[in-house]
Ligand binder design. Structure first.
Ligand SMILES: Nc1ncnc2c1ncn2[C@@H]1O[C@H](COP(=O)(O)OP(=O)(O)OP(=O)(O)O)[C@@H](O)[C@H]1O
Ligand SMILES: [Mg+2]
Length: 387
């Protein structure tokens, strides 16, 4: 069903490329601000199911992107699987694309991102090199050792497109997988992780910058499972992360919102894992924990409106993802159990339940990250049918 395909007159319209759960939550923010949002996607996508106006089409289709631009004041994105050349042509014709295509290319091509980050003063990334064959992997391993990580240059998410390799036989399997999927790879040193964190930064076209406090993130099988705030890092490291986020926003000429995934190594070092040029899973808890959700901040930034407050309004918060259980059952049928958990803010995305698929998240605010996490896990477990 396509509802309200024409955003109202005399309101600015953000043409959002994508119509998944991030667009769905963006729609909630657009309702509050009463700004127009027009998504590009399919009628069955999460945003469309929530009543967001959706134009049917693919982000890889230049004509669809041009049609979206024709009905929007500014184009922005909820994913990076886009036809970048078509977007660059539109931009050259005067379409406002935020973030701009030069910035967006960083998210589209992760090897390009690594190379760009490596050139920025005061930014550390793990050692990396493009690889096309097993010989290249051996050359890299000879320099940087095993284990190493092979990553797809583009198209990966939630750990898909990331292969942790302990030895040459694992690398051989990864190369075969990648070849079957026609993916180009690069190798990266496996960082000895003390932990992972993420930080969100917004920058408006007029140059205003707002940084959220960093969060601690926990991955399982390459997918983010939960996030806690405060991150529990030393004050000096939190400050370093804040200034890193500002440096990256300026150096990439960011217009919009960017999530920076960070590695904390066992020597106390701070490395950039990857940049996402959009709203991000690790920022969901700010909806309850900060005065401004990341979804509202994104709209404010791309529309060049004043940016919102990012300081926490609660002592602590935790967000746990709800993932489709192995039996294929739908967490939405267990909503009541989750809502019985005190303080549980349940967000379900309306997506078809499939094992391993992100279907929602739960945020709980509390006196400490541990207390909030324990309740958020309890609610998520109930939704997944484990509680
Ligand atoms: N060089 C590395 N050293 C150690 N662990 C790594 C490395 N690269 C990736 N990982 C682990 O794999 C996870 C996923 O990697 P990465 O963020 O690059 O992939 P992704 O699938 O693109 O993730 P996302 O869904 O966040 O975009 C990381 O959060 C981290 O836990
Ligand atoms: Mg990641």
């Amino acid at each position: 069903m396509q509802s309200n395909p024409h955003p109202p007159a005399n309101r600015p319209v953000v043409g959002l490329v994508g119509a998944g759960q991030l667009a769905r939550m963006g729609w909630q923010a657009a309702i509050s601000l009463d700004v127009g949002l027009l998504c590009l996607g399919a009628a069955g996508d999460a945003a469309a199911l929530a009543g967001a106006p959706v134009m049917a089409g693919s982000a890889r289709d230049g004509e669809a992107l041009a049609a979206l631009a024709g009905r929007s004041d500014v184009l922005s994105f909820e994913h990076e699987l886009v036809d970048l050349d078509a977007l660059a042509r539109l931009e050259a014709e005067g379409v406002r694309v935020r973030p701009g295509t030069t910035t967006l290319r960083l998210a589209v091509d992760k090897l390009h991102q690594r190379r760009t980050l490596a050139e920025i003063a005061d930014v550390r990334v793990p050692p990396f090199a493009p690889v096309a064959a097993l010989d290249d992997v051996h050359t890299f391993a000879a320099q940087h050792g095993w284990p190493l990580v092979l990553k797809a240059r583009s198209g990966g998410y939630d750990g898909r497109g990331v292969w942790m390799c302990d030895d040459a036989s694992a690398a051989t399997r990864a190369l075969a997988d990648a070849a079957a999927a026609e993916l180009e790879l690069y190798a990266e040193q496996a960082v000895r992780l003390a932990g992972e964190a993420a930080v969100l930064v917004a920058r408006s076209p007029s140059g205003e910058i707002a940084v959220y406090p960093p969060v601690a993130t926990h991955q399982r099988d390459g997918m983010c499972r939960w996030v806690t705030l405060p991150a529990g890092l030393p004050e000096a490291l939190e400050q370093q992360i804040d200034s890193l986020a500002r440096t990256l926003a300026r150096a990439t000429a960011l217009e919009g919102l960017m999530a920076v995934e960070l590695f904390l190594d066992r020597d106390g070092g701070l490395l950039v894992n990857e940049l996402a040029l959009r709203t991000h899973n690790t920022g969901h808890l700010h909806t309850e924990a900060a005065a401004t959700s990341q979804f509202e901040q994104h709209l404010r930034a791309v529309l060049d409106l004043p940016l919102g407050e990012t300081a926490p309004v609660v002592a602590a918060a935790a967000m746990v993802n709800v993932v489709g259980p192995a039996d294929g059952s739908d967490p939405a049928t267990r909503l009541a159990g989750a809502l019985a958990v005190p303080g549980a803010h349940v967000h379900l995305y309306g997506k078809l339940a499939r094992p391993g698929r992100k279907l929602g998240h739960v945020t709980v605010c509390g006196p400490s990250p541990q207390a909030a996490l324990s309740l958020a896990k309890q609610a998520a477990d109930r939704l997944e049918g484990n509680g």
